[in-house]
Write a protein that binds this ligand. Structure first.
Ligand code: HEC
Ligand code: HEC
Length: 493
């Protein structure tokens, strides 16, 4: 069943149960809207809640003057990010490729996923701290989150869009009438409003609670001894070059320790260039054969934007936050593991494509052999692993709101759901205070297999003991009737 139908039937149930309150809403909205107009401000923020929560010491990001952040746009944007009705096939949403439990990435390259199916496949980027980025996508052909959302929806590449039909579907949905009115003052569905709401949601997706951040905040035990040595190597430009590019946006901040881990600039490192000879031997990049949809030879990188031959093969420096959560790595996913990425950097990347001596042009001169020993390579990897922020991927504010945008009887109230601790050592507590009736719980492994299940009864609190399962990422699926909610969980015993 498509999500929109669920929302619609939910709304009908909601209206019949809460008719009086529902009908009182428009009057309240008219009052609010006229108040806002009177004050002469473009904001329709009625809640006073600020959805942009920054870790201590982080600078205010840039927010476009014509799209100020409000809680109401955030709530609408979250709903739209998970909305399959925006797609031509009725099954795809932004979250199909940008999975919350993979730090909003997918784990592979997607053909045509930048609004143009004729262009080569690229890896789905992790989404976090986008508010600080000055350009977007691997080659920087997009500059704002509003523009990105518009392209993803309108062009066939991402959502296979048929915008007239999907906008009509939203327009006819009473749940969206409420959400659009709260965000923009009236119920009209337009591309501009959808883009502004999704961009607001994405702008508030801030990840800054990794062990590394906790270490910087004064918890000296947050990093292991190995990760600490790795951190020193990473930021010591006499030993490695990592922080020359994976830094804190260079000129934008004087803080040399990375919040962003990207300078938003473009380079060819040679580290992700497949070497056909190595690949034939099953060595080199760690794949026996190149992933089928790799396009390293076809993808001009930054040159596709600038049309300048000195930009051929250059890609935008990716943030290294949450990098250990999801591979393969590089713009087209040519390198399967972090250890392999680090080993490739250590030998200075490749200078040639294979034995036919085809030179890799435009390679950055700072990428050269580092001569780190194997324990130093492990330390660097331990540091990159400690850039993982599991509170971010399990933050309910960024999860699929399901049908919970409207409250109904016998329904899980998404906003109040909590599962802790996460990462989970094997035992945990699940709380759904608003719950009545029965909820089915299923723990699903990355390969889609259900590895544990249980039923939760109406007291809204459950102590969970997972059986002996391998460490890693799982999804806890909560189902009640036709409604489903997913909580990403990391098992770490
Ligand atoms: C079919 C898979 C797919 C879908 C669906 C999809 N994306 Fe993406 N997204 C990608 C890929 C692949 C890229 C990288 C494109 C590139 O670099 O050229 C990307 C890039 C992005 C970026 C830039 C991130 C960065 O760090 O540069 C944002 C933001 C984004 N997508 C948001 C969205 C939104 C919002 C939606 C829904 C309206 C959406 N995406 C739907 C695959 C997808
Ligand atoms: C000259 C700039 C530069 C330097 C120096 C550099 N990187 Fe990178 N890094 C990049 C760029 C650009 C990419 C994407 C490259 C591509 O796909 O071709 C990247 C990609 C990565 C990735 C993959 C991330 C992902 O999301 O796929 C990792 C991990 C990484 N670098 C770690 C390091 C480490 C560790 C060092 C130091 C040993 C380092 N980098 C030095 C520019 C740099």
């Amino acid at each position: 069943m498509s999500k929109v139908r669920v929302v619609r039937s939910t709304v009908q149930r909601f209206i019949s149960v809460h008719r009086a309150r529902f009908l009182a809403l428009p009057a309240a909205l008219i009052a609010i809207v006229s108040l806002v107009a009177f004050r002469g401000t473009p904001m329709h923020s009625t809640s006073g809640v600020n959805p942009l929560v920054l870790p201590a010491g982080w600078p205010m990001p840039m927010v476009p003057a014509d799209n100020p952040i409000t809680q109401e746009k955030f709530v609408l944007g979250r709903q739209l990010f998970y909305e399959t009705a925006l797609s031509g096939d009725g099954k795809t949403s932004c979250a199909t490729c940008h999975n919350s439990y993979k730090s909003f990435a997918a784990g592979g390259a997607h053909a045509g996923a930048f609004g143009d199916s004729s262009r080569p496949a690229r890896t789905v980027p992790r989404l976090m701290n986008l508010a600080y980025d000055t350009t977007l996508t691997w080659d920087g052909h997009i500059h704002t989150l509003e523009e990105q959302a518009t392209i993803a929806i309108q062009k066939k590449g991402d959502l296979l869009g048929d915008t007239a039909a999907s906008f009509a579907e939203l327009q006819n949905n009473p749940a969206y009438a409420v959400l659009f009115t709260q965000a923009f003052g009236d119920a009209q569905v337009t591309m501009d409003r959808i883009a502004k709401a999704i961009a607001t949601f994405e702008r508030c997706m801030i990840s800054g609670n990794s062990p590394y951040d906790r270490y910087l905040a004064g918890n000296s035990a947050a990093l292991s001894a190995s990760a600490l040595r790795g951190m020193q190597l990473f930021f010591d430009t006499t030993k490695t070059n990592c922080s020359e590019c994976h830094n804190n946006m260079g000129s934008q901040s004087s803080n040399t320790f990375g919040q962003i881990f990207s300078d938003n600039n473009y380079y060819r490192t040679g580290t992700f260039e497949p070497n056909p000879i190595d690949i034939k031997r099953g060595g080199g990049y760690g794949f026996d054969t190149l992933p089928q949809d790799t396009n390293r030879f076809l993808d001009a990188g930054r040159a596709a934007v600038t049309r300048d031959s000195s930009d051929v093969g250059k890609f935008r420096t990716p943030s290294l936050r949450n990098v250990a959560m999801i591979g393969p790595y590089g713009a087209d996913g040519t390198v399967p593991t972090l250890a392999q990425v680090i080993a490739n950097y250590n030998r200075g990347g490749n200078d040639m494509f294979g034995s036919d001596s085809m030179q890799i042009f435009n390679k950055d001169p700072r990428i050269k052999a580092l001569n780190l020993d194997s324990s130093q390579l492990q330390d660097l990897e331990a540091f990159l692993e400690d850039l993982s922020d599991y509170t971010y991927i399990s933050d309910q504010r960024f999860q699929d709101p399901g049908v919970a945008a409207v409250t109904i009887d016998n329904h899980i109230i998404a906003q109040d759901l909590s599962f802790y601790p996460n990462p989970c050592p094997g035992t945990a507590t699940l709380e759904c205070p608003g719950m009545t009736g029965e909820v089915r719980l299923q723990l699903v492994a990355e390969n889609g297999e259900t590895v544990w299940q249980q039923t939760m009864h109406s007291d809204g609190r459950l102590a969970i003991q997972f059986p002996d399962l391998a460490n890693g990422s799982y999804r806890l699926v909560l189902a009640s009737g036709a409604d489903e909610k997913t909580i990403p969980i990391v098992l770490q015993r």
